[in-house]
Write a protein that binds this ligand. Structure first.
Ligand code: NAP
Length: 204
């Protein structure tokens, strides 16, 4: 089957979305020549047990506000509208059905998420449905990731592509902490998202 489209699926909890995510998606789009990138906020992520995740609708709205100015970016509700825990394998299966066999999917996520990928539900299917892109922050201990990539290749015969992203040294955890402590989050995320956080009293 000849591939006609390349679609990036930007998976993340986005609690909140910030410039690190946007820069990563744009870097993936240009590096892998993607026709579009679909931001897919996680609905009820199975792995977030250590803190209370902000309601999915709030994270979805912030994602819409953030991507507004980029014509190549879209936001999907597939995980928001799904009941129960949301697994990446189900999301990719849904996108495969929507886009059909002549579209190649690229799943973009943080390198730390990739380190855990062997524990994910139906990992073999996940790797079959898409090409996986693992974004790293500056100063990321790349050896740790390299070992995991070799392990994935040996077990499943699949290549995961690391993508070093300049200027990605921003984290949602740090933003939530700053808001709680009353420290400015200006210039870490789009102003529209900052205003939404203020207006709705998120992360206090
Ligand atoms: P996470 O495990 O909290 O994130 C690990 C690291 O990667 C964090 O530093 C995070 O930074 C960063 N990161 C996450 N998504 C990113 C992205 N798209 N681009 C650049 N950096 C990113 O990650 P998560 O956001 O909750 O989950 C990532 C994706 O993996 C989601 O789509 C999730 O549904 C999926 N996942 C699936 C399963 C499963 O199917 N069993 C299990 C785990 C994760 P920030 O905190 O700043 O975002």
């Amino acid at each position: 089957m000849k591939i006609k489209n390349r679609v990036g699926v930007m998976g993340g909890t986005f609690d909140p979305i910030h410039y690190g995510h946007l820069v990563t998606a744009e870097a993936a789009r240009t590096t892998f020549k993607l026709d579009e990138v679909i931001f897919t906020p996680a609905g009820n992520p199975p792995h977030k047990k250590d803190y209370e995740v902000t309601p999915a609708e709030e994270r979805y709205l912030m994602t819409i506000l953030a991507i507004n100015s980029n014509p190549y970016f879209k936001v999907s509700r597939v995980e928001i509208d799904r009941h129960g825990l949301t697994y990446t394998v189900d999301t990719l299966c849904e996108f495969k059905k929507i886009y059909g066999p002549d579209t190649a999917l690229y799943f973009i996520s943080g390198a730390d998420a990739v380190l855990d990928i062997l524990t994910w539900k139906d990992v073999r299917d996940v790797l079959n449905y898409c090409t996986f892109i693992a974004a790293t922050r500056p100063g990321y201990p790349i050896e740790k990731l390299d070992q995991k990539l070799i392990q994935i290749k040996n077990l499943y015969g699949k290549v995961v592509y690391p993508l070093q992203v300049t200027g990605m040294d921003i984290s949602s955890t740090e933003i939530r902490k700053r808001v709680k402590q009353g420290i400015s989050i200006k210039y870490l995320l789009p102003e529209s998202v900052e205003l939404h956080i203020k207006k709705h009293g998120l992360y206090r």
